[in-house]
Design a protein around this ligand. Structure first.
Ligand SMILES: NC(=O)c1ccc[n+]([C@@H]2O[C@H](COP(=O)([O-])OP(=O)(O)OC[C@H]3O[C@@H](n4cnc5c(N)ncnc54)[C@H](OP(=O)(O)O)[C@@H]3O)[C@@H](O)[C@H]2O)c1
Length: 255
């Protein structure tokens, strides 16, 4: 079997759970060196124990902390210094309320994580990729960035930012061998809903009741497809949903 990612160094934000954990596990299996980051140190250590210290470098990192992001990326040890792939995955939906019963602090948390965190990591890693004329930024967007739904308010808006930011990065990077991909999933069962419902497990379980959602491993396969393409092929975006999820009809308010 050929190792599709042999020799690649992949920086993953949010590798302690869900997609990020699945990415680290899958891509290490394909021969990549992984830089796994997130806030929960114990989970990062667990991942490193399973995959091996030579394969995984771990950094306890909050992507909202600009200085910490710059410091972590500026101090990468050998052989992890030259990052080939950045996966901007860390993110969250916080709250599921209809405006105006929403919390400004929830909105700020989503903007700081889903938008500013992506910008801090991109800003820190992109210059090296451009200099080496080799790289790939994979942003984890969402179908929520394209299709509105009630109570999605700022979460969907942050993912719409990711969609347009990804396209504009492509526009600016024309002529460089640095690729940009936006992955836009529908429902995937991870810790996402537990976080959104602020720890209320029952509400999170109800989201996936009676249907088969996507798994984090399904998303890892989609990202692997993008990463494994020859260098001249840029997959701009992948929109991926469970077969048992489709679109709402237009809502009509009747008196
Ligand atoms: N699940 C879905 O249905 C779905 C659908 C479309 C898009 N997405 C997107 O996919 C991405 C991954 O979500 P998931 O489903 O895998 O959710 P998850 O299981 O809750 O994992 C989220 C990851 O993000 C990390 N994270 C959150 N805030 C962070 C911060 N401030 N700094 C660093 N890391 C942070 C978490 O790590 P720590 O808590 O340890 O920091 C965790 O590793 C998110 O961007 C999400 O918006 C999810």
């Amino acid at each position: 079997m050929t190792a599709l990612l042999k020799g690649k160094t992949i920086f993953i934000t949010g590798a302690t759970a869900g997609f990020g954990h699945a990415f680290a596990t899958r891509f290490a299996k394909e021969g990549a060196r992984i830089i796994a980051t997130g806030r929960r140190e114990d989970r990062l250590s667990g991942l490193q124990k399973v995959l091996g210290k030579d394969k995984v470098h771990i950094i306890t990192l909050d992507v909202r902390d600009k200085e910490a992001v710059q410091k972590a990326i500026g101090n990468l040890p050998k052989p992890f210094t030259e990052v080939d792939v950045l996966i901007n995955n860390a993110g969250l939906a916080m709250g599921f309320d209809r405006v105006p019963d929403t919390k400004l602090s929830d909105w700020e948390l989503m903007i700081d994580t889903n938008i500013k965190g992506v910008l801090y990591c991109t800003d820190a890693l992109l210059p090296g990729m451009v200099k080496r004329d080799r790289g790939h930024i994979v942003n984890i967007g969402s179908i929520a960035g394209t299709y509105p739904y009630p109570n999605g308010n700022v979460y969907g808006a942050t993912k719409a930012f990711i969609k347009q930011f990804s396209l504009n990065l492509r526009a600016d990077l024309l002529g460089k061998n640095v690729r940009v991909t936006n992955i836009e999933p529908g429902m995937v069962e991870t810790e996402f809903s537990v976080v959104r419902f602020k720890g209320e497990q029952g509400k999170a379980d109800a989201v996936y009741a009676g249907m088969k959602p996507l798994s984090a491993e399904d998303i890892a396969e989609s990202v692997l497809y993008c990463l494994a393409q020859p260098a001249h092929v840029n997959i701009n975006s992948i929109e991926i949903m469970p077969t048992m999820q489709a679109f709402s009809p237009f809502a009509v308010h009747r008196e």
